[in-house]
Unconditional design. Structure first.
Length: 216
């Protein structure tokens, strides 16, 4: 098999990159990794050299190029079925895909008001009713999935669904969002995975910074 290559944005800020990276790490496959600092004069040209959309993340695997986090995750699930990136049960798998797609497409208010910043602890100055509505919906998804499927994670073992919500776990930590006990326990479980610990350690030490996202 040709070696996989994943092109990412800053680990401290790039939520979409985190999702694809976590899914790829769960496969156990060897891969090359390139981090492109965001919001710099050279960023657009650097990303466009790898990605037809001009966005990160992008996965390259021989002649295959995939430039969307959820599509990357689906590709990896098919390439590495033994990794269990989706639940085995068809009903649970459909539900996992549905909540992953909802995360992929929704929660715009939360994204705008609480941008990902792994290494910071900030006040949620932009939090409003729409953000609170997003937080309630996410908490509801987590509680429903955990109640139906058990385990530390949304569908028992760690799946793509957990990778999709991992940046939200980081956001809730950065902005000190209060959560119901079940959701706190779930967020702690995601935060404590070896893959998430590796990502956050890299985010803590990377030299690239975006000042307007780091607060006063």
């Amino acid at each position: 098999m040709e070696k996989l290559a994943l092109i990412l944005g800053n680990k401290n800020y790039s939520s979409w990159s985190m999702r694809a990276w976590l899914a790829l790490k769960r496969t156990g496959a060897d891969f090359a990794e390139t981090v492109i600092p965001l919001r710099r004069p050279e960023t657009k040209q650097a990303i466009s050299a790898h990605s037809p959309s001009g966005l990160v993340p992008v996965l390259r695997h021989g002649d295959v190029v995939v430039w969307d986090s959820l599509a990357i995750s689906e590709y990896l699930a098919e390439l590495f079925p033994e990794a269990g990136l989706w639940p085995e049960d068809p009903g649970a798998r459909a539900e996992a895909r549905a909540v992953s797609a909802e995360m992929h497409a929704g929660f715009a208010a939360l994204r705008r008001a609480l941008p990902m910043n792994v290494r910071a602890r900030l006040s949620a100055k932009g939090r409003n009713g729409d953000v609170d509505s997003d937080i309630r919906r996410i908490s509801g998804i987590w509680e429903t999935c955990l109640d139906r499927h058990g385990g530390e994670f949304l569908f028992g073992p760690f799946t793509i669904a957990d990778a999709m919500f991992a940046p939200v776990v980081s956001r809730f930590r950065t902005y000190r969002v209060d959560l119901p006990r079940t959701c706190r326990d779930y967020a702690d479980a995601v935060w404590d995975t070896p893959e998430m610990r590796d990502w956050t350690a890299a985010a803590e030490t990377e030299p690239h910074a975006i000042p307007d996202l780091d607060g006063p």
